[in-house]
Design a protein around this ligand. Structure first.
Ligand SMILES: *Cc1c(COP(=O)(O)O)cnc(C)c1O
Length: 385
């Protein structure tokens, strides 16, 4: 079936760089490009009985198929029977799992400190008669409210607080209660964390962030073992039509080829920035899961292979944080994260997240580490005035 991981050409033992550059490539065809270009088609030639794989552009598209293979090979290397479905955005992917699995009268457990659109999803779920429980990511708080739940959504590391939970422990507990488990893998990327190997039923993510990494496309995906739950997600995509355009899908696939290089570079620099900020008197609440001593570090080290490119910290006041952001020269003031160009924002400007006024989320890009560290420390000093 399209969307199931093809393993031709990439052995499960390959390194992440090898896997990233080859992920999802079809068998070579003489005189054809290595990565076939985007297929723009609302419909496909289809005489006679309508058999697949390609009939109508809301259901399937060959450019998605290649991208779905690529993501599947990264999320679940060497695993048979794993399918990936791509969506128009991360929220389209997350919503597809929530709304395809839950019915009126069901209960769902969401992170209380997760992505800022989750409260909107909560209101919609409740409007449909679904009970929504929330608990914090840190200290595995969600484990306390699983009784009778149908679905558990985990976000680890959480955005923007960078708390981490023990995914395997929560997945085992959820399964013991008969609940399915979805993990939002946006921040880690599949090179940082493989939720299915940790016991999750679904890995869901925004591909808008570090997966594609250039800040120019929106994308989402769901990876899961084939079966009825995933078939329901596929039906939901068809019903809602939250599909990526072929151009976006192709750009995403092209971008994944550099994933290992970007992730290794950005994450190493994120650690360097965190180390530079550690011990600075102006900075409190510094968080980076890769930093030894961080409250997330121990559990993160057990389940993550890389720690992400996001660093967060708090400056004394809103004004101080704004002066800091304004003084940065190599860091764009923007929301979102994971791009090649560093970005930062004062998270409190959105409302919704339970963060102090001076809380800054910094997404570390691919600039030279010494340039970026120097810029951040200079802006910190200038923000004093
Ligand atoms: C950005 C983000 C989303 C939503 O993704 P979109 O592509 O913007 O729809 C979901 N979860 C997390 C953790 C995110 O950071």
């Amino acid at each position: 079936m399209s969307g199931s991981a093809s393993k031709e050409g990439i052995s499960p033992g390959s390194g992440d760089g090898t896997r990233a550059v080859r992920a999802g490539l079809p068998e070579p065809v003489k005189y054809e490009p290595t990565l076939p270009g985007p297929v723009f088609a609302a419909h496909f030639h289809l005489p006679g009985d309508p058999t697949g794989p390609y009939t109508y552009g809301r259901d399937e598209n060959p450019t998605w198929t290649h991208l779905e293979h690529a993501i599947g090979e990264l999320e679940a290397p060497g695993q048979d029977g794993v399918e990936t479905l791509v969506f128009a955005s991360g929220m389209a992917a997350i919503s597809s799992v929530l709304f395809s699995q839950l019915r009126a009268g069901d209960a769902v457990v969401l992170p209380g400190d997760g992505y800022q659109a989750l409260p909107l999803a909560r209101a919609q779920l409740e409007a449909y008669g679904i009970e929504v429980r929330t608990a914090p990511t840190g200290s595995d708080g969600q484990i306390e409210v699983l009784d009778g739940a149908k679905l558990l959504l985990i976000e680890s590391p959480s955005n923007p607080g960078l708390d981490v939970c023990d995914i395997r422990r929560l997945a085992d507990a959820a399964h013991a209660h008969g609940a399915l488990v979805a993990v939002d893998n946006t921040l880690a990327t599949p090179l940082g964390q493989r939720p299915l190997e940790l016991g999750a039923d679904f890995s869901v993510a925004s591909g808008t962030k570090q997966l594609t990494g250039h800040g120019d496309i929106l994308l989402g995906y769901v990876t899961s073992r084939a079966g009825e739950p995933m078939a329901a997600v596929r039906r939901w995509r068809k019903i809602v039509g939250a599909i990526p355009g072929p151009m976006e899908a192709w750009l995403a696939h092209r971008s994944i080829a550099t994933l290992q290089m970007r992730v290794d570079r950005q994450n190493a620099t994120a650690l360097a920035v965190a180390e530079a900020l550690r011990g600075r008197p102006e900075v409190s609440g510094l968080r980076y899961p890769g930093l030894p001593g961080d409250p997330s570090h121990r559990v993160a080290s057990q389940q993550m292979r890389r720690y992400g490119c996001v660093v967060s910290f708090t400056l004394a006041t809103r004004a101080r944080a704004e002066r800091f952001l304004g003084a940065l020269q190599l860091v764009d003031e923007a929301t979102s994260f994971g791009g090649l160009r560093s970005t930062a924002e004062r998270r409190g400007r959105w409302g919704g997240d339970a963060v102090p006024e001076g809380f800054v989320r910094l997404s570390v890009g691919a600039e030279d580490p010494e340039d970026l560290v120097a810029d951040v420390l200079r802006a910190l000093e200038e923000s004093e005035r």
